[in-house]
Each structure stands twice: as structure tokens, then as C-alpha cells.
Write a protein that binds this ligand. Structure first.
Ligand code: SAM
Length: 311
């Protein structure tokens, strides 16, 4: 299934055609899915979900040029790209991921939909443990640090603040998803929460104002970390720490960009590229662990955990 059956075009007949197409796609009958999405578009030609679904069927049918044209039409109709059409184009082109491939509206939509079941699904079904591993890394490597203020980038439902609860840290968090933020707010653990892209959030913080910056399972939505590292270095006090997880590239290409968008529609980073960004921002690598932070289709997902420090 494409997962968009709950969307409505405003035309009941078109919605039914679309739902049949979605079911056919789920059964891997991509020819039938294409026909049904085309029939949907005859009724509602300007409805982006149907054109996006048609593009996905065309990809499965081995028609990349037609898929690319359909995806371009989706972006023309929805410039915020809330469906992530740019992401599919980037994958079709097999090229460098561009920032536009992970539009804010797409990530916000993804997590607004996911928010109500996020904690149960991720923690219980997928064994998510990035917050626990990050908390352990901080405790092991900065045992005597006085951590007063922390920024939680992409705080989601607040699992990171929960993992560090009781240590007297004052948290400020940001996230793109309003629904994730509502749940974080209910934890009562955040002094401040902002609905904002993490780079904008960092840029609005005063220099040398926090002891800790955290990003748990967030950089898999942020291809270019150079400006994030530079802004983090700016907001940290001397001696402050930057702790985060990343999804690790399965096979590093030493001469390549060290950043790819995987078939799982997430950004994978090469640890060497992360170390380069750290060095450019003037941050020292205190710890680097290669560990899985959750399951992906039953297998441990390759992950990396980093603890950087501002000298
Ligand atoms: C997998 S969740 C992790 C949430 C939380 N850090 C945790 O460990 O439970 C990723 C979160 O990052 C947020 N996110 C992704 N890209 C973002 C960006 N550029 N700016 C702010 N938040 C972002 C998403 O909305 C989502 O809530």
C-alpha cells in the first residue's frame, strides 16, 4: 500500500478508484494500479496524491522517464512537496541528494501521520534505542560535566529528554511536526518547544548559550550537515558536547560524497564525512560507536553514534 488511502480528493468516485489502485499496488499488480490511478486522474487531474501514486506504479513498471514527468507535475502542483516527490526523483537520478529532496513539508507530514503511534511502534516494534545509547554515551564520556542547558534537535515526542530526565538539565526542543511537538509538550520536560526546521532553530539561539546539543535519529532527514555542525559549534559553550546518531552508509565510497538517500527514503551518512564536518566546524570527536539504533525489516539498521566536543 502507498499509505495515502486516507487522503481525499473531494470526489467520492475518484477516491474509490484511488483506493482500488492503492490496493492493487499493495498486491504488486502494478499494471492494474497504473490503470486505476490514470482513471482517478481523469476525474481529478490536479490531485497530487494520484499523480504521485501513478509515478510510483510507473517506477515499479520500469518506466522511469514517465515517472519523472509525473513527479515533476506533482511538484508543480504542490511546490512545498509534501509527498516527497523530489526524494523519488533524486533516487531515480541516482545522484547526489539535494536539500530539496527532503522538503520540510514532506518530513512534517510524515511525522504528523506517525505521531499517534510513534512511541509504541518505534520503541516496542522496532526496538528503537538511540536515546538510551546517546544518554549512555554522554554519561560514559562526560561523567563530570555540568550540563545545565540542552537543545534537542528534532525532539519528536520527547524520548531524548525522558532518557536524560532527573539530571537537572533544562531542555529546549524543536521539530517540524506539530503533532510530535504536542506529545513532547505533554511530557512536561521541555522549558521551550518550537515548531521550526532545526537549522533555523539553531540560528536563532545566542552564541555560547548551551552545554549540550542532541539529535537522535534526525540526521537521516538532513543530507547536508555542514551548516548544522557550524551552528552547533556557535551555540555551544566551551567544553560543551554535541551528541547524535546517524544512519550509516552500508558501503562507504571513499571518493564519493559520503551521503546517499537510501531505498528506505532516509539519508545515510558515511562516518568519514561526519568526521570531516566536525573538523571543519572546530569540533573534536570524543567518541564514535558503530551500533544499530533500531530494526529495519527485522534486521539491525546500520547506525553510528557520535559525541563531539567544543574545545
Ligand atoms: C525518528 S524521529 C526522532 C525523534 C526523537 N529525536 C527521538 O529520538 O525519539 C525524527 C524527528 O525529527 C524531526 N525532523 C526531521 N527533520 C527535521 C528538521 N530538519 N528540523 C526539525 N525537525 C526535524 C521529525 O519531524 C521527527 O519528529
Amino acid at each position: 500500500m502507498l499509505g495515502f488511502s486516507t487522503r481525499t480528493s473531494g470526489d467520492l468516485v475518484a477516491d474509490r478508484r484511488y483506493a482500488y489502485g492503492d490496493a492493487a499496488f499493495g498486491e504488486r499488480d502494478f499494471s492494474a494500479a497504473r490503470d486505476l490511478f490514470e482513471q482517478t486522474l481523469e476525474l481529478v487531474p490536479h490531485w497530487p496524491p494520484a499523480r504521485f501514486a501513478l509515478a510510483k506504479a510507473l517506477i515499479e513498471l520500469g518506466e522511469p522517464d514517465a515517472a519523472r514527468a509525473a513527479l515533476a507535475a506533482v511538484i508543480a502542483a504542490d511546490p512545498a512537496d509534501s509527498l516527497g516527490a523530489g526524494l523519488l526523483i533524486a533516487r531515480l537520478d541516482g545522484g547526489e541528494p539535494v536539500a530539496a529532496a527532503m522538503p520540510d513539508a514532506y518530513v512534517a507530514g510524515l511525522f504528523d501521520d506517525y505521531a499517534p503511534r510513534f512511541d509504541a511502534h518505534l520503541v516496542e516494534a522496532l526496538g528503537y534505542r538511540a536515546p538510551a545509547l546517546i544518554a549512555a554515551m554522554i554519561a560514559n564520556h562526560t561523567p563530570n560535566a555540568a550540563l545545565r542547558d540542552a537543545l534537542d534537535l528534532g525532539c519528536g515526542t520527547g524520548l531524548m529528554a525522558r532518557a536524560l530526565e532527573g539530571q537537572g538539565i533544562s531542555f529546549a526542543g524543536c521539530d517540524l511536526s506539530a503533532r510530535m511537538l504536542e506529545i513532547a509538550h505533554r511530557t512536561g520536560l521541555y522549558a521551550r518547544l518550537a515548531r521550526a526546521p532545526l537549522l533555523d532553530f539553531l540560528r536563532a539561539e545566542p552564541p555560547a548559550s548551551v552545554d549540550l546539543v542532541i539529535a537522535a535519529d534526525v540526521f537521516c532527514y538532513v543530507p547536508d550537515l555542514a551548516p548544522v555542525f557550524a551552528e552547533t559549534a556557535r551555540v555551544l559553550r566551551p567544553g560543551g558536547a554535541f551528541a547524535f546518531s546517524a544512519q550509516r552508509m552500508k558501503a562507504d565510497d571513499p571518493a564519493g560524497a559520503g551521503v546517499v538517500i537510501g531505498a528506505d527514503a532516509r539519508v545515510h551518512h558515511a562516518p568519514r564525512r561526519i568526521r570531516d564536518w566536525a573538523a571543519s566546524a572546530g569540533l573534536a570527536v570524543i567518541a564514535e560507536d558503530h551500533a544499530s539504533t533500531r530494526l529495519d525489516r527485522g534486521q539491525p539498521m546500520p547506525g553510528a553514534l557520535f559525541l563531539l566536543a567544543k574545545p
